[in-house]
Ligand binder design. Structure first.
Ligand code: ADE
Ligand code: ZN
Length: 326
């Protein structure tokens, strides 16, 4: 089986609908209208997706709820070949559910450890600020993360509605996280154009960009991303589900890769977008005519850009080479 690695997946966005239903019953949370008749999440555009995401997140009220979610995510992905996965965690979603940041993180870490014990899958967490909650909220998210360090939290990021706020609003939060030694990434170039990517690079000091696909609209920016080796966390299934591109054949990931930009493949919010990491790898490879050596290269690129310690990186790269000798 081909091995995969992931840098961009929101833990609340990875919640299986059945788990959300079960917890909603147990915790007495109203989920009326959250699901379609066939049991998938109901949403129709980016705005209604973000609302559905928040509603699904709201059923996770106890550390053991998050442990069950993290276990389901990691064990499920590992069964399909994932050897390393980073997840976005959100101090704001924890607070909205009435959980302290520490118990939220402890719950998630417990689920990750159980999945690792059973499958060997490695993981790390990236705390994110939610852009549409504004500058103060994002600064507070960075402060919360810095004040509650955990060995599995290794990065800071920015998620939420890219159409709101300016990158400069979040410069202080990113400066704090950088100063404290965290890896940095931000969503940009998904619903914002090339300028949004440039602003994230110039004002937030990120080494990776969440999505970044709209760089394809700007040749100069593509040259910059290639020259500076900025890693794109590309999420093809998510982009197609949200209507950015019609299908995997016309998706720009191949053009970005051919321009020399380090690209990775990621699932973003898999059950919301009817995808999994394995499906995103396999279906994108099929549509883009990528052979096994390209697929191995995608996994290698993700491991090289991972926000993990060097020992872990070396061990995972060796595992990749043993399974796929070239
Ligand atoms: N939060 C969860 N999924 C997201 C996405 N695709 N873009 C921005 N924020 C998100
Ligand atoms: Zn995302």
């Amino acid at each position: 089986m081909r091995l995969t690695a992931e840098l961009h997946c929101h833990i609340e966005g990875a919640a299986p609908p059945q788990l959300v239903r079960r917890l909603a019953m147990r915790r007495g949370v109203d989920v009326e209208g959250l699901f379609t008749a066939n049991g998938s999440y109901a949403w129709s555009d980016f705005t209604t997706f973000l609302t559905a995401y928040d509603r699904a997140a709201a059923v996770f009220r106890e550390p053991e709820d998050y442990a069950a979610l993290a276990y389901a995510h990691y064990a499920g992905a590992a069964r399909e070949g994932m050897i390393y996965g980073e997840i976005f965690i959100s101090p704001d979603h924890a607070a909205s559910a009435g959980l302290s940041f520490e118990s939220y993180v402890e719950g998630i870490a417990a689920g990750m450890e159980q999945a690792k014990a059973e499958t060997g899958v490695e993981g790390r967490m990236i705390a994110v600020g939610v852009r549409h909650l504004g500058r103060e909220a994002v600064t507070r998210a960075a402060r919360t993360m810095i004040d509650h360090p955990h060995p599995l939290i290794t990065g800071f990021g920015l998620a939420g509605d890219e159409r709101q706020g300016a990158a400069t609003d979040f410069a202080r939060a990113f400066a704090m996280a950088r100063e404290a030694g965290y890896g940095l990434t931000a969503h940009a170039g998904e619903f914002g154009g090339p300028d949004s990517i440039r602003d994230a690079l110039d004002h937030l000091g990120v080494t990776r960009i969440g999505h970044g696909v709209r760089a394809v609209e700007d040749a100069e920016l593509m040259r910059r991303l290639a020259a500076e080796k900025v890693v794109l966390e590309v999420c093809p299934g998510s982009n197609i589900a949200l209507g950015l591109y019609p299908d995997r054949v016309s998706h720009p990931v191949g053009r970005l890769r051919r321009a020399g930009i380090p690209v990775t493949i990621n699932s973003d919010d898999p059950p919301f977008f009817a995808t999994t990491l394995a499906r995103d790898y396999d279906e994108t490879a099929l549509a883009q005519n990528w052979d096994a050596s390209v697929v191995k290269d995608l996994t290698r690129t993700a491991l090289c850009a991972a926000f993990c310690d060097e020992d872990t990186r070396v061990r995972l790269l060796a595992r990749l080479d043993e399974t796929h000798p070239s």
